[in-house]
Design a protein around this ligand. Structure first.
Ligand code: NA7
Length: 545
């Protein structure tokens, strides 16, 4: 496209990760013209950026962390491990991009710098970092729930002259830790996956820990030919189960309270799950673990005892003991994390006792002393769920920016739409099950709803659809009511926005699991009842000025 000219599409999609890729495929199948923009050099989104050592799927994993829309795709793709490493997920996504010829409609290395709604034209106009301008009736934000890196603002951090990497923006060139003194800030999934890998090579690893974490054995292993065959042969049955399950995986929902068992039976269940490992641990737990303080305590005590058992030095073990409600931060799967502290080249700094004062060009200084380092790894996570929408900061009716709209709360309806931002849709945004749900499946199901909505507008010759304030208030109340049944809002986490200074602190994920899809289907089946519609200002197909 020539700089200065404007290209017209039916839909602009922002983001070419798991969600944006499916959005493109689905919209094309509907016969719509689509342009996708992504800042990265290729497809994959979060899986393109997160290349740190040890990065792998830490959800329920393969073969069900994948698209379900194409039976052929399911039949032809072989997964090697239960928790695929990052490169294997990217291989799969590249295969999808090739198979469905997605790249021809994606413009890479292009950031959308401005997205603005034109009320008269009932269209969105976007301007990009490459100087392109595009206009589209619909804007789909597939910007990722974990894609805006959180870089901590610590005094002197920019003076540090050694190598410095954020796990979510890891270089494509190999990084060598050989002979280096490495400091790692952060003990979320990324820190806990990477620390044992780094420790294998580095001269020394200093872990700077703010919050000790519960972490569970990953027990990654090869997928057996029988398991792959079962996934393929019984795909329809698995898919049906996935649709019914709380998290979108082919598992049964748990309905038994922790107190229906004796302490011995509970211990036996936890031990069996611990030995088996994987995300199955959480999918097979008691139904009240995240609801009842007492039930939660039983599991928390079990994990704390395991940490004490694994870590040889009692003082280090003590610093590693978490004290929040277990699983109220994103559950973490580990492979050799606690064992890493038994190595001579790994040391732990508890930042709650010994906070960071500043960085110098060659060291990190904490309250009790100086730690000379050659490399700093920031495993400090993301401005999650809402952060990438706010970074995009679209401007809706009257030029209102999303930052203004979301100053106090991430107002939205159905986790898909925002009042004052007509014809804009989010995938995996706040108010949706997003990060609590199988992400590829969630993207497909949300996108299918959006597709039906676009067809409805076309069939009814409507110009725009928009959520009302009442819709948003009622939805926000539903999100909070569901969250407040649980212990989740009581813990500081990226789910509650507490990891980002100044961010509204509340639990913005819809915790109803599969019920969410019933709710949005209900609205769709009633012809999108409750939304505000405008007639088209111009007949469909009329020339766009
Ligand atoms: P997380 O889970 O947000 O973890 C980030 C870690 O960094 C966590 O331990 C934070 O401590 C720590 N952190 C963040 N800021 C600071 C500062 N300023 N000082 C010290 N420590 C800090 O991100 P991940 O990348 O590990 O995982 C994100 C998701 O990606 C993961 O859940 C999977 O779904 C995949 P805190 O706990 O906030 O005290």
């Amino acid at each position: 496209m020539d700089s200065g000219s404007i290209e017209n599409y039916d839909v602009v999609v922002i983001g070419a990760g798991v969600s944006g890729m499916y959005a493109l495929h689905h919209l094309r199948e509907m016969g719509l013209s689509v342009r996708v923009y992504d800042g990265a050099s290729d497809i994959g989104g979060t899986w393109w950026y997160n290349r740190y050592p040890g990065a792998r799927v830490d959800g329920p994993g393969s073969p069900f962390y994948s698209y379900t829309f194409s039976e052929e795709l399911v039949q032809e793709w072989d997964w090697a491990e239960t928790q695929s490493e990052q490169s294997a997920v990217l291989d799969y996504l590249e295969h999808v991009a090739d198979r469905f010829d997605l790249r021809r409609d994606i413009q890479f290395e292009t950031w959308v710098e401005d997205a603005r709604y034109d009320e008269e034209a009932q269209r969105w106009t976007v301007k990009t970092s490459t100087g392109d301008r595009a206009s589209a009736k619909f804007l789909i934000c597939a910007v990722g729930a974990l894609s805006t890196a959180n870089k901590p603002d610590i005094p002197g951090i920019h003076d540090f002259a050694g190598e410095c990497y954020h796990t979510g923006l890891w270089p494509h060139e190999p990084v060598s830790f050989e002979g280096k003194r490495v400091a790692v800030i952060g003990t979320g999934s990324s820190g806990i996956q990477s620390i044992p890998e780094i420790a294998r090579e580095a001269a020394h690893v200093t872990v700077l820990q703010r919050t000790p974490q519960y972490a569970f054995p990953a027990k990654n292993r090869p997928i057996t030919p029988e398991e792959m065959a079962d996934a393929r042969t019984n795909w329809d049955a698995h898919r049906e189960k996935m649709h019914a399950n709380f998290g979108g995986f082919p598992c049964d929902n748990q309905e038994r309270s922790a107190f229906e068992d004796t302490p011995e039976q509970r211990e036996a269940l936890y031990e069996a799950l611990w030995q088996r490992g994987g995300f199955q641990f959480f999918l097979n737990l008691y139904s009240d673990i995240a609801i009842s303080e007492e039930a939660n305590q039983t599991l928390a005590d079990f994990v704390r005892a395991k940490i004490r058992e694994i870590v040889h030095d009692p003082a280090t073990a003590e610093k590693l003991l978490p004290d929040y409600f277990v699983i109220t931060k994103r559950p973490i799967l580990e492979d050799g994390y606690f064992e890493a502290y038994n190595r001579d080249n790994v040391s732990l700094v508890d930042l709650r006792e010994d906070p960071i004062e500043r960085f110098t060009s060659t060291s990190v200084i904490t309250q009790t002393g100086e730690h000379p380092i050659d490399m700093l790894v920031l495993a400090t996570g993301f401005d999650a769920i809402s952060g990438s929408m706010l970074r995009l900061n679209p401007k809706g009716r009257g030029g209102m920016s999303l930052k203004e709209k979301w100053e106090d709360r991430f107002h939205n309806y159905l986790g898909l739409t925002i009042g004052g931002f007509p014809n804009l849709f989010m995938i995996h945004g706040p108010g949706s099950p997003g990060v609590f749900y199988n992400m590829p499946l969630g993207a497909e199901r949300q996108m299918d709803w959006i597709g039906r909505c676009l067809s409805h507008l076309h069939d009814q010759e409507l110009g725009s659809i928009e959520a009302t304030t009442e819709n948003e208030e009622a939805w926000g109340a539903e999100v909070s009511t569901l969250a407040n049944i649980t212990l989740f809002p009581r813990t500081d986490s990226w789910w509650t926005g507490a990891n980002i200074p100044g961010k509204p602190r509340y639990f913005s994920v819809y915790l109803g699991g599969a019920m969410y899809y019933h709710r949005i289907t209900e609205v769709k089946d009633k012809n999108f009842e409750g939304f505000l519609f405008e007639p088209a200002h111009r007949p469909e197909g009329a020339e766009i000025p």
